[in-house]
Design a protein around this ligand. Structure first.
Ligand code: ASP
Ligand code: MG
Length: 458
């Protein structure tokens, strides 16, 4: 740990990296030639050195998953047809994005090279999981190259950096931050005149040096990891909404974008349903204390939301909800004072690598929620050896963020009186100072969000 800090400090002094901003643009932000040009404008208008991290153009990652499915399912014809269709789309993008014929040619050569790489996986004996990783990685490679071609054409100097040259995860799929600091720091050092670095979000090397990724939506995480690794001045996440809202705008009218929010609150909200941010992406930024600014590419003048170390207001600041929750209740056979019971329960989840979202306990029973039900049957079968088991599906977690520490009183009353007509399955209060969570049936979610909106934001 200390070694990482010193390494970073040394690099910071050498390179003045603290003045670097990391700007991440999501799939819709680079989703069309028009928005790619808009992103270039935004980037140009932000002063100082910056690293631009891009997602794949919206729709591409899903399409590449489909290609991988065809290839691993040995549907050669479908794979080829789908690849041809994608090439057609990208060629259209190039024609609209680039005016210069030489640049167009170069871009089309790059596209055909990448899609031939995909086709090269047809009939290989590589493991299916590796084929998929190799294929889905191409989306970010395409978007960053297209962006770079556009910058070149408009005369903006930039350096395109391959994420494979510095982004790495270990055996447990955890990012290796010292490696990122060292390798990316070295790259920056070798390009003292570069103002704009462009790199891919999402993709990385595995511990074996193979192509890997940071899981769906992982470009935010890439930006946060880079920002933390070099202790940047700021990380900016540019998407298609004007920041983090106080409630879910898809279900509640007249929500508003928050000016600021603490790392703790943002982590809870992102994990429990706020779609604007990949849940893990708050963690590296919080550790390195690098503020994260959420901005809207399509409304660049809107202030957005800043996530940083800041005062948390009494009571509820924001609400989010996450669907697809399954609750499992386990009632101990041995009843009272059964020590070791919880350990036994947790071991089952650990064995099946299924993470637990929420827990509530009574003396004789425990309720646990999960969102990954891949191993639900096995988990239930093993839990039945410890106690009686009940499973409820189609639930949502409603997460309220704010300051609920014990010296703050009254928030509970407002929350529960707002929900007087809604059946509540679980409540978690006091796990952290900054979060209260409730589990309800998904069919009551909208009603609950609306009622809370009326009752808690006064
Ligand atoms: N392109 C990847 C995805 O769609 C990563 C990202 O966009 O954040 O999941
Ligand atoms: Mg995203």
């Amino acid at each position: 740990m200390f070694k990482d800090v010193f390494l970073t400090l040394k690099l910071q002094l050498e390179l003045e990296l603290r003045f670097m901003k990391v700007l991440k643009f999501g799939g819709t932000s680079v989703g069309s030639p028009k928005s790619i040009k808009e992103v270039a404008n935004i980037v140009r208008n932000i002063k100082g050195k910056k690293t631009v991290v891009l997602s794949a153009m919206s729709g591409t990652t899903n399409a590449l998953h489909k290609v991988a499915e065809y290839i691993t399912g040995e549907q050669e014809k479908e794979a080829n047809e789908f690849i041809d269709e994608l090439i057609g789309k990208y060629v259209e993008v190039v024609n609209e994005l680039l005016a210069d014929e030489a640049h167009q040619k170069e871009a089309i050569a790059l596209i055909s090279d990448r899609f031939e790489f995909l086709r090269g996986h047809i009939g290989t004996d590589l493991e299916a999981a590796q084929i998929e990783k190799n294929i889905v990685a191409q989306g970010e490679i395409l978007s960053t190259n297209l962006f770079n071609f556009h910058l070149k054409e408009v005369g903006t100097k930039a350096t395109l950096v391959s994420a494979f040259d510095f982004m790495e995860i270990d055996e447990a799929n955890e990012p290796v931050i010292p490696k990122i600091t060292e390798a990316y720091g070295e790259i920056i050092k070798n390009h003292p005149d570069t103002e704009i670095f462009v790199t891919q979000g999402y993709i990385c090397n595995s511990h074996k040096g193979a192509i890997d990724n940071l899981k769906r939506g992982g470009s935010d995480y890439s930006a946060s990891l880079i920002g933390a690794a070099i202790v940047a001045e700021e990380i900016q996440i540019w998407t298609d909404i004007d920041g983090m809202h106080n409630n879910d705008p898809r279900f509640v009218d007249s929500t508003f974008s928050l000016k600021e929010i603490s790392f703790d609150e943002a982590a809870e909200l992102a994990y429990f349903g706020a779609k604007i941010l990949h849940p893990q992406s708050v963690i590296p930024a919080r550790k390195a204390n690098v503020p994260v600014l959420l901005k809207n590419t399509f409304e660049p003048d809107a202030p957005g939301t800043i996530i940083k170390n800041c005062e948390v207001p009494n009571g509820v600041r924001a609400i989010a909800a996450k669907d697809g929750i399954t609750a499992i209740k386990i009632k101990s056979f041995r009843m009272l004072m059964a020590y070791g019971f919880l350990k036994g329960v947790f071991e089952v989840f650990e064995k099946y690598k299924t993470s637990i979202d929420m827990i509530t306990t009574s003396e004789v029973a425990v309720s646990i929620t999960i969102d990954d039900t891949t191993h639900l049957d096995e988990i239930v079968a093993e839990l039945q050896e410890i106690g009686s088991v009940e499973v409820d599906t189609d639930l949502s977690i409603v997460c309220l963020a704010g300051d609920f520490s014990e010296q703050r009183t009254g928030a509970g009353t407002a929350i529960f009186s707002s929900l007087s007509n809604i059946p509540i399955r679980m409540v978690s209060y006091g796990g952290s100072n900054y979060n209260v969570s409730l589990v309800i049936s998904t069919q009551h979610k909208k009603e609950a969000l609306v009622a809370l909106n009326k009752g808690v934001f006064k």
